[in-house]
Design a protein around this ligand. Structure first.
Ligand code: DGJ
Length: 752
């Protein structure tokens, strides 16, 4: 119809159009309500059933639910494989067990206060100004906005409020929880335990607990044990995350779960100070409670004040321990790391520490930089020794000015040269520490944490600055800001080489001195956050004498971490195996260093060292001045191969094919996010009786996909040509590895 025609018959046409519009509208309505609506509901991450006072949180393959019971407590109802909101009903408290275990204890509360008859681990313990130490929390109200839910609880008598925050990450399977404790009374309240969350597992399982322990040079050891009745505490009382244990757990079902199948409940805390997980099995319940470590904790809340606990992230999968790790890796890449959801691919790095230790100077570093650039290194990092009177670990920390004997022209000429060589420049700092033999300490002996009039215990000849003090915080910020402003620095390696001792804060009011446990970490975060926002191109490597401060609080602020000072390739296999249970290979720096290794005198071939390091973010840390032409050639070849696979290794899906803990032979597979590339590494620790290594079966590939195969060498029967997913998974690959410390890597690019 043309315009004129329509002008001639306006009435009839508009009537027809109106009818058509009404019919279309009705059809759309029917379609939405019959077809789309159930889907929309299924996809709603948080639903609240007001009548039943019930919340159902859906994330990934998991459902998490709780409700208000008849007493008004917030009661946990379900955490496990996805079910519908309609499958759940109103919370009702559980009966007491005789007169000894009262209903307060047998009923799993979402966030129990220590009060009434509670014998399980409380999430909150407080003392009121009048000496009352009883906290019983009841539901008040809720605020639900898309993926965020805030539940407010209140003590039954006093105006002590708790705001529970739940955030659902709908696709990932991760749920984030934290609590904000608010004093609305007219007097002070002192908190003695403030946990982020209590997580309740289904009560009739038989469970195993997996957790990570370690010590310097032996971090990330995976432990597994059956959960018995009682409490299993893993914690740090050290002021920082620590390497004795890491704030990660995974719990699975003894007879149902392995690497590829079965239920796993897992979690991670986002806090870089002292923390505690209490994993508790009673006759009625399995619970994990975690947050600030209650040891020596005392947080005074003035009227109107509140305390925010750290975020506690947790998830569930039915896909075994491997899938639990992959969910965490993906979540870290998409939600936690700076630059998420697409954190920058890690450049190949050179670090001077093992080559030169404290003997750094302009000429020496330039010589190393020239050689590193020739290998294909992209970032050159000068480690310890460039500042103050830092000739060994006895002096200099705190004096963050360039040592003019070592660098008479400042750092600029070295940085310029590094840039000319096509690399960016990184620099080591340890801002939270001071040597008593330093100008800073001579000026401000009161700036370290200490108990007045008592000795100050040194570790590595250094003391910990009290970052809880705002003047110390400002000093550290401005020193780093100046350093980064005056020098073109792409990366700061932020080290932290001891734990706390004498954690006193004598200048603070007596009742606030224990706040040091919290305030220190908050101020540390504040320094890093301000520095990064003022210098958006700056990246940071988190280090604590190795891996003693790796947690999701730190990973929000650093681009990569140093997992261990142990660079022996064989030890690294188990260290990295443990590390990647909890953290993404993207952040896991791994250097190739010289042999015999300084930790254990072990000599391993350069290829083996490279291939072990290439399973994370690759770095080189050997003294390149001593490398032979052959070694340089091997290194260049490895680095160039690594650049072809690093996106898959750093950001892909990691599949643990064969554990280095269980056998002499181990293997790892990575699949790129777009499924177009698969990378496989295999390591033979030592061969006995000439036995060939077992066939290696890949996992999770489409059966009919075809891959073209490239190996770093020809140590496999299948080292060229094309192979199908079915072949790789069912026929398996026969690797030709032999002798001690042999290794290989394969790149499989999808061709159809
Ligand atoms: C401990 C770190 O882990 C090492 O890599 C190195 O940076 C030294 N500190 C320097 O003192």
């Amino acid at each position: 119809m043309d315009a004129n025609e329509s002008e001639l018959r306006p009435q009839a046409v508009s009537g027809k159009l109106r009818l058509r519009a009404v019919v279309t509208f009705l059809l759309v309505l029917i379609f939405v309500s019959c077809v789309l609506s159930p889907l929309t509901n299924a996809a709603t991450p948080i639903t609240f059933d007001e009548k039943q006072r019930l919340w159902v949180l859906q994330s990934g393959e998991a459902t998490y639910a709780f409700g208000v019971n008849e007493r008004g407590e917030l009661q946990h109802l379900y955490w496990g494989k996805r079910i519908g909101a309609q499958d759940l009903t109103k919370a009702h408290s559980l009966p007491e067990w005789a007169s000894f275990d009262l209903s307060t204890t047998t009923t799993p509360q979402e966030y129990p206060g220590w009060g009434a008859g509670l014998y399980v681990e409380p999430a909150l313990k407080a003392t009121f100004a009048n000496g009352n130490r009883d906290v019983v929390l009841y539901y008040v109200d809720q605020k639900l906005e898309a993926n965020n839910l805030e539940i407010t609880l209140k003590d039954e008598i006093s105006a002590l409020f708790v705001h529970l925050h739940y955030r659902v990450y709908p696709d990932s399977g991760i749920l984030e929880r934290s609590a904000q404790i608010e004093n609305r009374t007219s007097e002070e309240v002192t908190l003695e335990s403030a946990q982020s969350a209590s997580w309740t597992l289904p009560r009739d399982g038989s469970y195993r607990l997996h957790y990570l322990t370690g010590r310097w040079a032996g971090e990330w050891q995976l432990q597994t044990e059956t959960l018995q009745i009682g409490k299993r505490v893993i914690e740090s009382r050290r002021g920082s995350t620590g390497n004795e244990a890491n704030p990660w757990f995974a719990i699975d079902e003894t007879d149902k779960t392995d690497e590829t199948h079965g239920p796993v409940w897992f979690g991670q805390l986002g806090w870089s100070g002292s923390w505690r997980f209490t994993i508790e099995r009673t006759s009625d319940q399995y619970r994990v409670t975690g947050g600030f470590n209650p040891f020596d904790f005392g947080y005074r809340l003035s009227p109107g004040e509140s305390l925010q606990t750290p975020p506690f992230y947790a998830g569930f999968t039915d896909g075994g321990l491997g899938e639990a790790s992959r969910i965490l890796h993906r979540y870290q890449l998409e939600q936690i790391l700076p630059g998420s959801p697409h954190p920058r691919i890690r450049p190949v790095l050179y670090n001077s520490w093992e080559a030169t230790e404290f003997s750094v100077d302009e000429a020496g570093q330039m010589a190393l930089a020239e050689k590193a650039a020739r290998l294909g290194v992209e970032r050159f990092v000068v480690d310890d020794g460039w500042f103050g009177e830092r000739n060994n670990d006895h002096a200099g920390l705190g004096d963050w000015y360039v040592n003019s004997r070592k660098f008479p022209r400042g750092l600029k000429s070295l940085i310029d040269r590094v840039h000319q060589l096509g690399m960016d420049f990184g620099l080591w700092v340890e801002p939270e520490m001071v040597n008593p033999d330093s100008d800073l300490y001579r000026r401000h002996p009161d700036w370290v944490m200490n108990f007045r009039g008592r000795p100050r215990t040194e570790g590595r000849n250094q003391l910990v600055l009290n970052l809880a003090r705002d003047d110390v915080k400002e000093y550290i910020f401005s020193g780093l800001d100046r350093l980064v402003t005056e020098n073109d620095i792409g990366l700061l390696k932020w080290d932290y080489n001891r734990n706390w001792s004498e954690p006193g804060w004598p200048e603070a009011p007596f009742a606030d001195q224990k706040k040091i446990w919290v305030r220190y970490v908050q101020n540390l975060y504040d320094i890093i956050d301000r520095l990064r926002s003022k210098h958006p191109r700056l990246e940071i490597e988190g280090c604590s004498g190795g891996g003693a401060r790796v947690d999701l609080g730190m990973l929000r602020r650093v681009d990569q971490v140093w997992p261990s000072d142990n660079t022996d390739a064989l030890d690294r296999l188990t260290i990295q195996y443990g590390f990647t249970q909890a953290y993404s290979p993207h952040v896991m720096m791994a250097w190739v260093t010289d042999v015999p290794n300084g930790i254990n005198d072990r000599v391993t071939p350069l290829r083996f060292r490279f291939l072990v390091a290439m399973t994370g973010s690759l770095g080189v840390g050997g003294n390149l001045n001593k490398w032979s032409d052959d070694e340089i050639a091997v290194a260049s070849k490895m680095i160039s191969f690594y650049k072809q696979i690093r996106a898959t290794v750093q950001d892909g899906n990691l599949v643990r094919l064969v554990s280095p803990i269980e056998s002499e032979f181990s293997a790892i597979q990575y699949v790129s996010q777009d499924s177009q590339q698969v990378v496989v590494f295999a390591f033979l620790h030592s061969q006995q009786f000439g036995r060939s290594v077992p066939l290696l079966y890949l996992q999770g590939l489409p059966e009919d996909a075809m891959y073209s195969v490239t190996t770093i060498d020809n140590r496999s029967e299948e080292h060229t040509g094309k192979l199908s997913g079915a072949y790789l998974m069912h026929h398996g690959i026969q690797l030709r590895l032999g002798g001690d410390y042999d290794a290989t890597a394969m790149k499989l690019d999808r061709v159809q």
